[in-house]
Write a protein that binds this ligand. Structure first.
Ligand code: PHE
Length: 343
């Protein structure tokens, strides 16, 4: 039947239509898929088809339409990928970005870098050390000899087959590294990752980050420490921030304290983070125990100093209102993309 031949011809025409570039593809689209395309009128011819062949005819015209759609899609994808490889062939790194994701800093890095900045302003220098430590630098030098009950405060990952090598449980091990290799005055901050064998939950993880501070010189007093930490808190949390020091215990400092920062209980987030008290526990600190100085060959009759260890995760969670610490270690891009790339 002649009408059927017409559709066959149309299908052939669609297949043969030359498409070599984006312009020709657009012409093709208008011709066969646009609002005034040349397949539509053929559908109209159905009224001249005898009833028993109407179904067959309809299928044929649909075939023409599908052929056009498929051809369009195929050319579209191959044009796109050709465009991409062209782009990389002529890649010019000096051109501005085309709006793709630039990458971002991890929230832990953002907070850690900010803390480093604050201490660098008052003359502290960054010291970085190993994460795999020996027992001496992590514990013994820090006045925590074997069998000392204080070792239980920090559940330790020991390396397989060794009772002397471990993953550092705190950045205080850097204190021992620095004091055995440098002479006072010493003024360092040591940012880094630490490990403890703890059950992973929304609030605690087996890995986290600390920034350690150590200041050793002649005549360093508790008042110096307090003023330094107040400066730190006000830089980080705002000029009006209040702190409190609570008496505490660490084997390597005497006296020891824990510092809280007042966040208040105005929001759900601060309520949760401060367990309803309004005070966020930010760091442990104290005057370096004379035994630690002795262990590191520094004369405690001449020198004194203070040390502190700041937990990063809790501050990062407070700053960015992150509810679950595990998010910080899953490296889910949907989470990480929310942060800025600055500093
Ligand atoms: N190392 C202690 C901890 O991880 C923190 C601390 C550092 C306390 C330095 C006092 C002085 O809990």
């Amino acid at each position: 039947m002649e009408i059927f031949d017409q559709v066959d011809k149309l299908i052939e025409e669609i297949k043969a239509y030359p498409v070599n570039n984006a312009e020709e593809l657009e012409k093709f689209r208008i011709q066969y898929l646009g609002t005034k395309n040349s397949i539509k009128p053929v559908f109209g011819l159905i009224k001249d088809v005898p009833n028993e062949r109407k179904k067959e005819f309809g299928q044929k015209v649909n075939e023409a339409k599908q052929t056009a759609e498929e051809k369009f899609r195929n050319h579209q994808t191959s044009l796109k990928s050709a465009g991409r490889s062209d782009k990389y062939k002529t890649f010019d790194p000096s051109l501005p970005m085309d709006g793709e994701w630039e990458g971002s800093r991890h929230p832990v890095s953002l907070v850690m870098n900010r803390m480093i900045q604050v201490f660098e302003k008052i003359g502290f220098e960054v010291a970085e050390e190993r994460e795999i430590e020996d027992d001496w630098h992590n514990f013994t030098a820090m006045n925590t000899p074997e069998d000392h009950p204080a070792r239980d405060m920090q559940d330790t990952f020991y390396l397989k087959g060794s009772d002397k090598m471990l993953l550092r449980t705190h950045t205080s091990s850097v204190q021992a590294r620095v004091m055995t290799t440098q002479k006072p005055p010493i003024r360092i901050i040591a940012p880094g990752r630490v490990y403890r064998n703890e059950t992973i939950s929304a609030r605690s993880h087996c890995q986290f980050h600390q920034v350690e501070g150590l200041y050793i010189d002649k005549n360093v007093s508790f008042a110096d420490m307090k003023q330094t930490l107040l400066y730190f808190a006000r830089e980080l949390y705002g000029a009006k921030t209040e702190i409190r020091l609570r008496p505490s215990f660490f084997p390597f400092t005497e006296p020891s304290a824990e510092m809280d920062v007042w966040l208040g209980t105005d929001t759900e987030a601060t309520k949760r983070l401060t367990k309803g008290t309004g005070w966020l526990e930010v760091l442990g600190c104290g005057m370096v125990d004379p035994n630690v100085l002795k262990n590191c060959d520094i004369d405690p009759e001449v020198y004194s100093g203070f040390a502190f260890g700041i937990g990063i995760e809790r501050s990062a969670m407070q700053k960015f209102e992150i509810k679950d610490i595990r998010l910080l270690f899953e490296n889910d891009l949907r989470f990480l993309k929310q942060f800025s790339s600055a500093t």
